[in-house]
Design a protein around this ligand. Structure first.
Ligand SMILES: Cc1cc2nc3c(=O)[nH]c(=O)nc-3n(C[C@H](O)[C@H](O)[C@H](O)COP(=O)(O)OP(=O)(O)OC[C@H]3O[C@@H](n4cnc5c(N)ncnc54)[C@H](O)[C@@H]3O)c2cc1C
Length: 502
C-alpha cells in the first residue's frame, strides 16, 4: 500500500487539527506529519454545531464523550429549531430532528398526513408532532439513551470551536506530530505543477511529499499557489457575511440549535456550558454590517453599551472542482463553504478526509480514482447546497426584499424545481425523491416542505382528515412517551458527564 512518506498540513483551525488526527490514526506509523499554523493569521473561530457524523469521528479515534466534551464546553444536539421562516399559521416554527429508528412509526403518520395536507385536507402536518427528538427538546431531555436499545440513536453536539481545536492539537502532539508556529510567505511549485516547498518566516523552506491545505478561506496552497478557483454558489445563496456575539449561558441548556429568521438572514443560538454562541448570517447586498450588528444586539437584548464585542466575518460561498489537485488536498474552508444553516462544514471535513485516506493508496494503480474522488466531493457539496437552498426558496415571509428575493430567485437547483413541482401539484412526492441520489433523505425533505407550511391555502375538512385527526395527537403522545422512557434530562446528563472528570 502506497502512502506519502511525509505530509505537511497548513493551518491550525478545526480542519487542520481534524486532518492531523485522522492522518495520524490512519498512517501515523509510516508517515511523518507536520502541521504549520500562523500566529499572525487567526482561525475563523466559529463553527460550534455539528451533525451526528461527528460522533463517528471521535469513535474512530477512540476518544470518549467524557474526555472531549467537558474539555470543549460541549452539549448535546438533537436537531435544529427553525423559527420565523414561515408566516403560515401553525407553521411559524418547526424542528428538523436527527432521526432514529424510534421515529419509524410516527414518521409514517407524518408522511401520510403531510401528503393529505398538501392535497387540501385539513390536518396538522407540522413535523414537531411526529418526531421523538422534537419531544425530547420540548421536555428538556438529552438524546442519550438511558436504556439499552438495539440500535444507535443519532445525535450531534455543540462545542467551543477554539477549545475543540486545542483539544485535538494536544491529542495530535501527544502522538508525535511536528507542530510549527510560522507563517508561509511564499510557495514554490515544480515543473510538473506539484507543490515543492513552503517558504516560512522562521523555519525556512519546508517540503513534503504531500500537502493538506487547511488555510481557511484564503486557500493559500490550492487556490493561491495552484490556481484552483471556487465554483460559486452565490447566485443561489445570497448570504455572504456573519456577525457573531456570545452571551451568557441560558438557565436551561436545551439540546437544540435555534435558527431564527431575522430581516435579512437568520440568527443562530448555540448553547454551551460556558456561554451561548450567537450570530447573524446575512447578505451584505441587502443590509450593512452595522445594521446587522444592531439587529443582532436587539434580537439578543444586548445593549450597545454592554461590553460584548461583535466579530464580523466575510464568507466565501462555493466549492472547488478539484479538491485533490496534484500533490495537494484542500480540507475545510479552503475547499469551500456552503453556509452554516445546517452545521454541515465539519461533516464535510470528515468526509473529505475519510474518503481521501481510502482513495490515496489506490491512486498509483488506478489514477482515475482521483477524478472520481473529486466528483464525489463536488456531488456531496452540491447535495448539501440543494437542501440549504430549499430553506430560502420555501420561506413564506414577505416582510423584506431579501426574503422575497430568496423565494423568487430563479437560480434554483434542478432537483429543487422538480421537488417543488411534485409537492405543489400533488404528485407522488416519494417518487420524485427516489429519482435522485441525495445527501439529505426523505424525512428531511418532508420536514422542510411541511415545516415551512408549503400547503394550499384552501382547506377541506374531509372524511379522510376527520378520520386521521386523532392520530396526530396519538403520534405526539407516542413520541413524548418514547422520549420520557428512553432519555434523561439534558442538565443531569451533562452534570454526570462533566462530573466524571472532576
Ligand atoms: C459564520 C460561520 C458559522 C459557522 N458555523 C458552523 C457550524 O455551526 N458548524 C460547522 O460544522 N461549521 C461551521 N462553520 C464552518 C467552520 O467554522 C469551519 O469549517 C471550520 O472552523 C474549519 O475552518 P478551517 O480550519 O478550514 O479554517 P480556519 O479556522 O480559518 O483556519 C485557518 C488556519 O490556517 C492558518 N493559515 C492561513 N494562512 C496561513 C499561512 N500563510 N501560513 C501559516 N498558516 C496559515 C491560520 O493561522 C489558521 O490556523 C461556520 C463558519 C462560519 C463562517
Amino acid at each position: 500500500m502506497q502512502i506519502p512518506g511525509s505530509i505537511i498540513i497548513l493551518g491550525g483551525g478545526t480542519a487542520g487539527w481534524m486532518a492531523a488526527n485522522s492522518l495520524l490514526h490512519a498512517w501515523g506509523d509510516r508517515c511523518q506529519i507536520t502541521l504549520i499554523e500562523s500566529d499572525a493569521i487567526p482561525t475563523v473561530g466559529v463553527g460550534e454545531g455539528s451533525t451526528p457524523y461527528l460522533k463517528h469521528y471521535f469513535k474512530q479515534l477512540g476518544i470518549c464523550e467524557a474526555e472531549w466534551m467537558p474539555a470543549c464546553d460541549a452539549t448535546y444536539k438533537a436537531g435544529i429549531s427553525f423559527e420565523g421562516w414561515s408566516e403560515v399559521p401553525g407553521y411559524e416554527r418547526y424542528f428538523h430532528p436527527f432521526f432514529s429508528q424510534l421515529d419509524l412509526k410516527p414518521a409514517e403518520a407524518f408522511f401520510y398526513h403531510a401528503n393529505l395536507r398538501r392535497r387540501g385536507h385539513d390536518i396538522s402536518a407540522n413535523p414537531d408532532d411526529y418526531f421523538v427528538a422534537a419531544s425530547m427538546v420540548r421536555l428538556g431531555l438529552a438524546p442519550v439513551s438511558t436504556k439499552p436499545l438495539p440500535f444507535e440513536v443519532d445525535y450531534g453536539y455543540h462545542f467551543d470551536a477554539g477549545k475543540l481545536a486545542s483539544f485535538l492539537a494536544a491529542k495530535a502532539k501527544a502522538q508525535g506530530l511536528r507542530h510549527l508556529i510560522d507563517t508561509v510567505a511564499e510557495v514554490t511549485v515544480d515543473k510538473q505543477g506539484n507543490l515543492a516547498s513552503l517558504l516560512t518566516s522562521r523555519h525556512g523552506a519546508l517540503s513534503a511529499d504531500f500537502f493538506i491545505d487547511c488555510s481557511g478561506f484564503s486557500g493559500r496552497l490550492i487556490q493561491q499557489a495552484l490556481g484552483q478557483t471556487l465554483h460559486s454558489y452565490q447566485e443561489q445563496l445570497f448570504n455572504n457575511a456573519a456577525v457573531a456575539m456570545p452571551t451568557s449561558t441560558p438557565e436551561q441548556i436545551n439540546s437544540q440549535t435555534r435558527s431564527i429568521a431575522l430581516s435579512n438572514g437568520w440568527m443562530w443560538q448555540i448553547p454551551l456550558t460556558s456561554r451561548q454562541g450567537n450570530g447573524y448570517v446575512y447578505s451584505r447586498d441587502f443590509i450593512s454590517a452595522d445594521q446587522a450588528e444592531t439587529e443582532l444586539r436587539q434580537a439578543l437584548g444586548v445593549d450597545d453599551n454592554a461590553n460584548i464585542e461583535a466579530r464580523h466575518l466575510t464568507m466565501k460561498i462555493g466549492r472547488l472542482t478539484q479538491h485533490w489537485y496534484c500533490n495537494c488536498l484542500a480540507v475545510g474552508l479552503s475547499q469551500g463553504f456552503i453556509e452554516p444553516l445546517e452545521a454541515t462544514a465539519l461533516m464535510l471535513i470528515q468526509f473529505t478526509l475519510e474518503r481521501f485516506i481510502q482513495a490515496y493508496p489506490q491512486v498509483q494503480n488506478n489514477p482515475s480514482i482521483q477524478q472520481s474522488y473529486n466528483q464525489q466531493m463536488c456531488d456531496t457539496f452540491d447535495g448539501v447546497r440543494d437542501y440549504i437552498v430549499a430553506h430560502y426558496q420555501l420561506n413564506t415571509r414577505s416582510d423584506s426584499d431579501y426574503w422575497l428575493a430568496c423565494r423568487d430567485n430563479p437560480s434554483r437547483p434542478q432537483i429543487l424545481t422538480h421537488l417543488l413541482e411534485a409537492w405543489e401539484q400533488g404528485a407522488d412526492f416519494d417518487r420524485a425523491l427516489n429519482h435522485y441520489e441525495m445527501v439529505y433523505q426523505k424525512p428531511s425533505w418532508y420536514c422542510i416542505f411541511a415545516g415551512m407550511g408549503r400547503f394550499p391555502k384552501r382547506l377541506n375538512l374531509t372524511p379522510e382528515a376527520l378520520q386521521q385527526q386523532p392520530l396526530v395527537s396519538q403520534a405526539k403522545h407516542w413520541c413524548e412517551r418514547a422520549a420520557q422512557e428512553y432519555f434523561t434530562k439534558h442538565s443531569g446528563q451533562l452534570r454526570q458527564l462533566y462530573g466524571k472528570l472532576s
